[in-house]
Design a protein around this ligand. Structure first.
Ligand SMILES: [Zn+2]
Length: 263
């Protein structure tokens, strides 16, 4: 599922390909991803418009249309964008497609149709109404400390809680905990102040590195756990065996040697 780094890469992709171009037509191949608007109303609203700028908050991306309103894109489990010229390049699960005056198209692909596309007046209002926490790359060390201190439950659960902190999901929370040498099931209450500081620092470092590498695990540094997920190979740090457990029913990978539970 696309998490903060993936969505940031989609945002940069849209910036590089699709801004300031006249939209001459919009095709809706499947209306299920469209929220609160009919395909015909959506097409009418978008025709002759331009995407002018973008922003991202956690796993949500927004594109500003003519400085009048925004489109929110959520990528569900498998979503992505593709900008292309010829019809044969159209991705197979295109749900919505914007046709530009220059002959190019921007497709929003969502194979399992769990993604969402919605017109909103202001991106900021949407973020407030959804009760999303601060973006994981914006939150300061102090705010992070305040949010985490005294919380109940496992640290992984808090990292993934979008109303506490927006952007970190199942995969990146494992990486952040691995880099911080903290067990995914460690109780937040048991964390030392210095460990919470480490967690914040490593969270930023992991997310930034992933964005720099275009969220492509094949390009990640040798000390990252993500490329070893699923394969359950050895720990890139100590050579020990990577374990798989469930935390809140989510498949979780960690190294028991490098990430021991506190007593
Ligand atoms: Zn290890």
């Amino acid at each position: 599922m696309p998490e903060l780094p993936d969505v940031e890469v989609f945002r940069q992709y849209m910036n590089q390909t699709s801004l300031h171009k006249n939209i001459i037509k919009v095709q809706v191949d499947h209306s299920r991803v469209l929220q609160d608007i009919t395909p015909s109303a959506f097409k009418k609203r978008m025709k002759g418009r331009r995407f002018e700028k973008t922003r991202r908050h956690g796993k949500h991306m927004f594109a500003c249309v003519d400085d009048e309103f925004w489109i929110m894109f959520h990528f569900g489990m498998t979503g992505f964008f593709k900008y292309f010229k010829r019809d044969q390049e159209k991705p197979s699960h295109t749900r919505i497609m914007f046709d530009f005056e220059n002959g190019y198209h921007l497709a929003y692909d969502s194979q399992r149709m769990l993604g969402k596309v919605q017109i909103v007046d202001h991106a900021g209002d949407f973020i407030l109404e959804r009760g999303l926490g601060q973006d994981a790359l914006d939150i300061s060390g102090n705010s992070f400390q305040n949010k985490f201190q005294g919380r109940r439950g496992a640290v992984k659960t808090s990292l993934m809680n979008q109303s506490l902190l927006a952007g970190v999901g199942n995969i990146y929370s494992d990486e952040i905990l691995f880099q911080s040498r903290i067990h995914p099931k460690e109780k937040v209450k048991k964390l030392e102040e210095s460990q919470i500081k480490t967690l914040h620092r490593k969270m930023r470092a992991v997310l930034k590195k992933a964005i720099e590498k275009k969220a492509d695990p094949g390009e990640f540094p040798d000390n990252f756990l993500i490329p070893f997920r699923e394969k359950i190979e050895s720990c890139p740090r100590c050579g020990g065996k990577i374990n798989k457990i469930k935390v809140n029913s989510r498949g979780t990978y960690f190294c028991p040697k490098c990430q021991p539970l506190s007593e």
